[in-house]
Design a protein around this ligand. Structure first.
Ligand SMILES: *Cc1c(COP(=O)(O)O)cnc(C)c1O
Length: 391
C-alpha cells in the first residue's frame, strides 16, 4: 500500500524535534551536529533568535495579503538585495525551482521584446541542478530526473561541465542565455574556476547573450562572499536565489538588471505567495546578518580552519576520502568508499552530512557554527571514517 506521504524520498530513520545553532535533537534524545543545514538552508543555524523574533512578530500582525497590494516587508527585502548586489530589481518566489521558471521566462521575453523571438535556447551544463519543475529538469537534463516525464520543455542545450570551447561552438542565432551554478551543489560541490566564469561573461557580452547564475545553493554567504560570483569579479544579468535567503522559511528570488528584466511588465508573471510578509520579514533579518563584512570575514576564517582540518582528515583516511573541494563553507569530501555508506556511518556518530553526485558528501554547516563545532565535526568525521574502514 502506498504510504500516506508520496514516497519520492528515501528517508533516513531520523526524526528531529528541536534545533539550536548547529545542533539538532532527535526524538530519542540523541544530539546531532548538523553539517547539512537542511541542504544549505539554515544559513544562520536553527532557531536563530533574530529569525524567531522576525517571524513571530510578523505572524502576530499579518501573514498574507497577496501581491495585489503593497507589501512593505517585500519592498524592504528587495531594497536590501538591490543595495548589496548587481541587481536593479527582484521578484520573490517560494523556492529555487520557481526562480528557475522565471529566469527562463525572463530571458526569452527579453529577446522577444527585442524583436529576436528566435532566441529561445539556453545553454546549461551536465551535473547541474535547477530544481524539479518542468523547466528545472529540462534545464539540468540528467537522465535520472527526466526519465518518464517527457515531453520536456524544449530549448536547452546541454554541454559538458568545464567545456568552454563547447560553449563557443554551441552558440547559434537561437541562443539566448547561458545558465550555470558558480559552484555546483547536487553535482558534487564542483566550483567553476574564476577564470571560467569570467570567460563565460565575456562570451555572453561578445554574442549578446544573458548570463544567468543559479546561486540557490552557493549564494547568501555560503562561499564567504554574499554571492559566489563576486569571487570572480563578474556579475550576471539574472540570478536565482533561494535556500539560505529564507534561513529555513520557504523563500526564493530572481534578481536581475533593469535591462534583462525589461520584458517583465505588469501581468507577465505572478505568484500568490511569493514575497509574502512572513517570508520577507525573515529574509530581511537574514540579510541584516549575512550582508555584513564582519560576518562574511568570520565565514572565511572558519572556512579556512575547517578546510585545513579536513585536509588532515583526508590525509589520515585515504581509504575513505580522496579530496576536499569547494569554497567557503560549501565543502565536499570526494569519497573512495561509497558516499552513502559514509553518510550513514555519520548518523551512527550523531553527525549529519548530505550526499551529492560524483560520490561526494557535502558539508554545508550553518554559517554561524563555532570553532568548537568545527573541532567536534572533524572529530566525528574521524570516528565515522574509522567505522567505515572497519566495516
Ligand atoms: C536546491 C536547488 C534548486 C531548487 O530549489 P528548490 O527550492 O528545491 O526548488 C535549484 N538550484 C540549485 C542550485 C539548488 O541547489
Amino acid at each position: 500500500m502506498i504510504p500516506s506521504v508520496l514516497p519520492t524520498y528515501n528517508r533516513a530513520p531520523l526524526e528531529f524535534v528541536k534545533g539550536e545553532g548547529a545542533w539538532l535533537t532527535a526524538a530519542d534524545g540523541r544530539r546531532f551536529l548538523d553539517l547539512g543545514s537542511g541542504i544549505a538552508v539554515n544559513a544562520l543555524g536553527h532557531a536563530h533568535p533574530a529569525l524567531v523574533e522576525a517571524l513571530t512578530s510578523q505572524a502576530q500582525n499579518l501573514w498574507h495579503v497577496s501581491n495585489l497590494y503593497q507589501i512593505p516587508q517585500q519592498q524592504a527585502l528587495a531594497d536590501k538585495l538591490v543595495e548589496h548586489t548587481f541587481a536593479d530589481t527582484v521578484f520573490f518566489t517560494n523556492s529555487g525551482t520557481e526562480a528557475c521558471e522565471l529566469a527562463v521566462k525572463m530571458a526569452r521575453k527579453y529577446f522577444y521584446d527585442k524583436d529576436q523571438p528566435e532566441k529561445v535556447e539556453i545553454i546549461t551544463f551536465d551535473g547541474s541542478f535547477h530544481g524539479r519543475s518542468s523547466a528545472g529538469i529540462a534545464a539540468a537534463g540528467s537522465e535520472k530526473m527526466i526519465k518518464g516525464f517527457g515531453p520536456l520543455l524544449p530549448g536547452f542545450v546541454h554541454l559538458t561541465f568545464g567545456d568552454l570551447d563547447g560553449v563557443t561552438n554551441a552558440i547559434t542565432e537561437k541562443t539566448a542565455a547561458i545558465l550555470i551554478e558558480p559552484v555546483q551543489g547536487e553535482g558534487g560541490i564542483r566550483p567553476v574556476p574564476d577564470a571560467e566564469l569570467k570567460a563565460l561573461r565575456a562570451i555572453c557580452d561578445e554574442h549578446g547573450l544573458l548570463l544567468i547564475l543559479d546561486e540557490v545553493q552557493c549564494g547568501v554567504g555560503r562561499t564567504g562572499k554574499l554571492f559566489a560570483h563576486e569571487w570572480a569579479g563578474v556579475a550576471p544579468d539574472i540570478m536565482m536565489v533561494a535556500k539560505g535567503i529564507g534561513g529555513g522559511f520557504p523563500l526564493g528570488a530572481v534578481l536581475a538588471t533593469e535591462e534583462a528584466a525589461s520584458g517583465m511588465t505588469a501581468g507577465t508573471h505572478g505568484s500568490t505567495y511569493g514575497g509574502n510578509p512572513l517570508g520577507c520579514a525573515v529574509g530581511c533579518a537574514v540579510m541584516d546578518h549575512i550582508a555584513d563584512e564582519a560576518f562574511l570575514a568570520e565565514v572565511n576564517r572558519k572556512a579556512g580552519l575547517m578546510r585545513q582540518k579536513l585536509e588532515g582528515l583526508v590525509a589520515d583516511h585515504p581509504e575513505v576520502f580522496e579530496e576536499v573541494r569547494g569554497a567557503g563553507l560549501m565543502l565536499g569530501l570526494k569519497c573512495k568508499a561509497v558516499n552513502a555508506d559514509v553518510v550513514k556511518a555519520g548518523y551512527d556518530n550523531e553527525l549529519i552530512t548530505v550526499p551529492a553526485a560524483d560520490n561526494v558528501i557535502r558539508l554545508l554547516p550553518p554559517l554561524t557554527l563555532t570553532d568548537e563545532d568545527i573541532a567536534e565535526a572533524v572529530s566525528r568525521l574521524e570516528k565515522t571514517a574509522a567505522q567505515v574502514e572497519a566495516s
